[in-house]
Write a protein that binds this ligand. Structure first.
Ligand SMILES: [Zn+2]
Length: 341
């Protein structure tokens, strides 16, 4: 037996037309957006069922309501479920509605409190390396597709060897690609992207060494993953946790473009300097690097936007040192400049 019914889910105000079919276990509801089975034991009468009268039903476990206007329905339903001749106390739709809202609000608040209480850096610290690597790889893919990458083996070797010399204990994947501006980006999982434009912009190997050391210091402190957690929100994080990777790259690019705090930038500057010193690499004329960068791109673009300049940077320039060796010899510098400009 089947009738046409009107269905309300009790949460949205929308009414749906659907087919109602009685079977041995209960009622089968089939509509465009709804496919439910109500067991006889879960079905409640909003008003007592009476022969020839419209039928008004509720569900024990939800706020959904069903109306069947067909006058033949009541008798047929009573044959299956005689208890429907008595009205039941049916949950108030309003109460159910607000309960759903409150549960959702409560969960969202709990998630927010969790992130604030333990902090993005703690969450980032708890994430397995494999997740960070996946986020980093997806971001690299979106930020610089294969077609934009520098593939010159000799030039890549020079840059990668320099990174390994600066951070011998870190696992780093360094790529060079066109980004449209002189820039360098540290991504989760030890992924670093240096732009061809930065290679072209640099006047000395010291400048490239300085930029790399700064990004490596970010990696050492897990800053890129912390930034990703802070910027991307719970929805993206749950995708990371459940193994999916859709949209991860886009979220990663958004996070990579969000400037880090001045405190984090200052720490990467000073730790980068320490790395240069530990590797016995000369760092001088960093001041001129910053001034030229500001003149070329302006403070709101490229490298300066993602690495907000600070007074500390000006002070860092005064720690310029002529000690140590040049980061690259003439041949290596030439290979880098010619190969990945
Ligand atoms: Zn930075």
């Amino acid at each position: 037996m089947s009738w046409s019914g009107v269905y309300a889910d009790g949460i949205s105000p929308r009414l749906q037309q659907l087919d109602v079919e009685a079977d041995f276990d209960g009622l089968q509801l089939r509509g465009e957006a709804t496919r439910e089975h109500w067991r006889w034991s879960d079905i409640l009468a909003v008003v007592p069922l009476a022969s020839g009268e419209p039928v008004r039903l509720g569900h024990r476990a939800s706020a959904a309501r069903l109306r069947i206007d067909d006058p033949t329905a009541a008798v047929a339903l009573l044959a299956h479920a005689p208890s429907l001749q008595r009205a039941h106390r049916v949950r108030s739709v309003g109460r159910r509605f607000s309960k759903g809202i409150w549960i959702r609000f409560g969960l969202a608040t709990a998630a927010l409190v969790f992130v604030i209480a333990i902090g993005p850096d703690m969450i980032a610290g708890l994430m397995p390396q494999s997740w960070a690597a996946r986020i980093g790889d997806e971001t690299l893919r979106v930020l610089a597709p294969e077609s934009k990458r520098c593939t010159d083996e000799a030039a890549l070797r020079v840059a990668r060897d320099l990174a390994a010399r600066l951070a011998p204990t870190q696992t780093i994947r360094l790529e060079i690609a066109s980004l449209g501006q002189p820039n360098a980006v540290a991504l989760p999982g030890g992924r670093i992207m240096l732009s061809r434009e930065m290679v072209a912009f640099a006047r000395t190997p010291q400048e490239i060494a300085f930029v790399l050391a700064h990004e490596l210091a970010h990696e050492q402190h897990n800053d890129p993953l912390t930034g990703f957690v802070r910027v991307s929100g719970m929805q993206v994080l749950s995708r990371v946790m459940t193994g999916g990777s859709g949209m991860l790259g886009n979220a990663g690019v958004v996070a990579a473009n969000a400037p880090m705090s001045r405190r984090v930038e200052a720490r990467a500057d000073s730790d980068g300097m320490r790395m240069l010193e530990a590797a016995n690499i000369r760092h001088n004329e960093i001041d001129s690097f910053w001034r030229r960068m500001e003149a070329q791109t302006g403070a709101s673009n490229g490298y300066l936007a993602s690495h907000p300049s600070t007074a500390a940077r000006a002070r860092a320039a005064t720690t310029d040192s002529q000690d140590g060796e040049p980061p690259l010899d003439a041949a290596a510098w030439d290979a880098l400049k010619k190969g990945c400009r």
